[in-house]
Design a binder for this molecule. Structure first.
Ligand code: AMP
Length: 460
């Protein structure tokens, strides 16, 4: 039941001295050391999205609770147990999004995208929230990248969407197989639910408590239960594929043909029914194809399916749609387990070290001038010891450092120190910029210079 509209009283804020705040259970920081891996995944997702003609969307973290109840299904694990749902100060029942599709469909309708030329192809990279039991590879805030195509029901689109995920994982170096199934259309579903009931009813006592309830509410969900006994029973359950209506079968066969055309490796897997109510026709999951010792549960990298009924459920006209989401933390776990290294962070082209107030002022001007030329300059202006500044330059792997001390200030010169050899050269301050340009050119290669200027690809 949805919470009633009652304003929440303001909690008194009592700061406690001396108690260090700690991460909330199930949450995780993404630290600077983690970012090279995150960027690797983000960059791959963005570049594949561009190649396949998708535009980025970001919907809010907070949405109406009722939207998720309606789309994900009130009997789903997500809505029953995992929603971060609460009443806001104005008395509205809201929730932190547990998945990305519902918000995208809301935005599609709210911004009149159905009136634009179809299909609409959108992707997102966003944090999701589920009050799950935290464990390795499972968090309460986690990130997903997701792709959605709205307004196109052709089976080739199912294959295209599946191929996008497969491309991302393969290009990242993670071998995946796609597990595919069809959960049919409304007619097939009604027929299949009957068959499932007939199969599970006499075996009811062997089901877990949760699945006993599912037997009444939605027996299809027993098929993706994680309990070993239920899985054993599910293995021998009659497959959906045998009960598809003719149009549903035809759609699915075409999807498989297109997957073959696109060289996407897949397995038919009758247990892929997905936990969410809105799926129709094609349902799929990406699983890691080899065993490198990462826990089996974490080998499920992502999944999705066709959801032809959702736009209508949200009050729009019937609109076919399909999409998937991949978990970023699990992708990164795979990258790390495989020893796949992200590219080293960009190093600065030059470091500027200074000594004394006047030198600092002059260095700040020089820093700005170099940056305006597209040269990646680094500095730690707050430091007063040259030794400490050279340490910073080494840590950042700057190839050379400009040193402006008091003597150089008086002489109108500047020192250029090669950080590898330690050799220092004195040059006129007025020639410093030209000298830096020359060296950056040499270090980064001729290709980065156009009309004598350093161009964009060495900028931040
Ligand atoms: P789902 O939306 O449940 O199909 O999830 C798609 C993918 O998101 C999964 O295959 C996981 O990679 C990832 N995922 C789902 N739930 C979590 C979680 N609690 N923590 C981390 N990753 C998750």
């Amino acid at each position: 039941m949805l919470p009633k509209k009652t304003p929440v009283p303001e909690a008194p804020f009592v700061p406690k001295k001396g108690k260090t705040p700690m991460l909330v259970r199930g949450m995780k920081d993404i630290l600077p050391v983690d970012w090279p891996w995150w960027n690797l995944v983000f960059d791959k997702v963005i570049s594949v999205a561009r190649e396949f003609g998708f535009e980025r969307i970001e919907t809010p973290v907070v949405e109406e609770n009722a939207m998720f109840v309606r789309s994900v299904g009130k009997d789903s694990d997500i809505v029953e147990k995992e929603m971060f749902a609460f009443t806001d100060r104005g008395g509205d029942a809201v929730a932190l999004r547990p998945e990305g599709t519902a918000g995208v469909v809301r935005a599609y309708l709210e911004h009149g995208m159905m009136a634009m030329p179809q299909p609409i192809k959108l992707f997102y990279i966003s944090p999701m929230f589920r009050y799950d039991r935290p464990q390795s590879g499972r968090y309460r805030q986690f990130w997903q990248f997701g792709f959605e195509i709205l307004g196109d029901g052709h089976p080739v689109v199912d294959a295209e969407v599946i191929a996008i995920g497969a491309t991302i994982y393969q290009e990242l170096g993670i071998p995946v197989r796609v597990q595919v199934n069809s959960v049919g259309d409304a007619a097939s579903r009604t027929a299949y639910l009957k068959v499932l009931l007939e199969y599970f009813k006499p075996r009811r006592t062997r089901l877990c408590e949760e699945c006993k309830k599912r037997l009444i509410k939605n027996p299809m969900r027993i098929l993706d239960c994680k309990e070993p006994d239920c899985q054993l029973l599910a293995q021998d359950a009659p497959p959906f594929l045998d009960h598809l209506s003719e149009p549903a079968k035809e759609h699915f066969v075409k999807v498989l043909e297109h997957l073959d055309d696109m060289d996407v490796p897949y397995d038919l897997n009758p247990r892929i029914v997905r936990g969410l109510d809105y799926y129709t026709h094609t349902a799929f999951e990406y699983t890691v194809a080899d065993d490198i010792g990462v826990e089996k549960q974490q080998s499920a990298l992502g999944g999705g399916g066709r959801y032809d009924g959702l736009v209508e459920l949200f009050g729009g006209r019937p609109t076919p749609a399909i999409g998937f989401a991949g978990g970023i933390e699990r992708t990164i776990m795979q990258l790390k387990a495989r020893g796949i290294q992200p590219p080293a962070p960009l190093r600065p082209d030059v470091f500027i070290a200074q000594l004394g107030d006047a030198a600092r002022k002059k260095s700040i001007k020089l820093f700005r001038e170099l940056r305006s030329l597209g040269i990646r300059a680094a500095a730690t202006f707050s430091k007063t010891s040259i030794k400490a500044q050279l340490e910073s330059a080494n840590r950042l792997r700057a190839p050379f450092t400009l040193i402006l001390g008091q003597k150089e200030l008086v002489d109108g010169t500047i020192l250029i120190r090669d950080m590898e050899s330690g050799i220092q050269e004195v040059v006129d301050f007025g020639k410093a910029v030209g000298e830096v340009k020359k060296r950056v050119q040499k270090t980064n290669g001729e290709k980065q210079l156009v009309n004598g200027d350093v161009v964009a690809d060495i900028q931040e």
